[in-house]
Write a protein that binds this ligand. Structure first.
Ligand SMILES: N[C@@H](CCC(=O)N[C@@H](CS)C(=O)NCC(=O)O)C(=O)O
Length: 247
């Protein structure tokens, strides 16, 4: 039985952090919502589970996608899913202390992702971007000036602490945290190209990590395939030129 990933169709969003782990490991998974309704998959299959219908015995309904079904196990939240999958996909660090540190980093990435979302939806997720453009401009300017450097500077310092010379967080092997940091750099470069270009010099380690992950063979295949949905303005990382201007 394959792993089943449930996430909204048509966008990378938070689901992409999980897809990158499966794709890098070359482990098959079913992206359920992108499959046919006629086969019992598609959006209705995800909505059913969200409503608590057809859950595996003992499982609780997830609050929001992404979530993962592995046999009778149902797991939600990107960081929790990757904490579970990491050892199975060969993408976790070796020691327990490092695995917990990896989880902490992934939770920090989750915080950053929420702040990126809030640059275009600072008032309410239920409203359109067009209904909160003025506030988004203020929020995005603060993000570019203060929050983005704080998060990226932190990840840069963490990468500097790897004395092995490898471009990853933990010793010489890539983990799911490195794949997620790659996605952060990709997403921020899509959303805020000018701001990222201006600050490029400040993050040489993140840049090296991004290049190293780009070269990973399975990810090269994935990124050239139709499975990788292009960034778009339905996802977390959205490019609105007026938000990229900075303060
Ligand atoms: N902390 C969760 C956040 C999950 C989340 O916010 N999912 C979004 C899509 S990316 C969603 O569908 N939210 C619905 C809602 O908040 O009502 C994670 O990291 O997976």
């Amino acid at each position: 039985m394959s792993y089943q990933l449930f996430y909204w169709d048509g966008l990378q969003g938070r689901g992409e952090f999980v897809r990158l782990a499966f794709e890098d490991a070359g482990v098959p998974y079913v992206d359920v919502v992108r499959e046919s309704e006629a086969d019992g998959k598609g959006m209705p299959a995800m909505m059913k589970l969200l409503e608590g219908d057809g859950l595996p015995s003992g499982a609780l309904p997830p609050f929001a996608p992404p979530f993962l079904k592995d046999g009778d196990l149902l797991l939600s939240h990107v960081a929790n899913i990757l904490f579970y999958l990491g050892p199975k996909l060969g993408l976790s660090p070796e020691s327990e202390a490092e695995r917990l540190a990896a989880n902490g980093l992934q939770l920090t990435i989750a915080d950053l992702v929420t702040e990126v979302h809030d640059t275009h939806h600072p008032i309410a997720s239920e409203l359109f971007y067009e209904d909160q453009k003025a506030e988004a401009k203020i929020r995005a300017a603060d993000f570019i000036q203060n929050r983005m450097p704080k998060f990226l500077g932190y990840f840069e310092r963490v990468l500097e602490m790897n004395a092995s010379g490898a471009p990853y967080v933990f010793s010489e092997r890539a983990t799911y945290v490195d794949l997620s940091l790659f996605q952060i750099v990709e997403g921020l470069t899509y959303a805020f190209p000018s701001a990222m270009r201006r600050s490029e010099q400040a993050y040489p380690r993140l840049k090296a990590l991004h290049s190293a992950v780009s070269e990973r063979p399975n990810l090269k295949v994935y990124r050239a395939s139709g499975r990788r949905i292009p960034f778009n303005e339905g996802g977390i990382f959205r490019h609105y030129p007026e938000l990229d201007a900075g303060p």
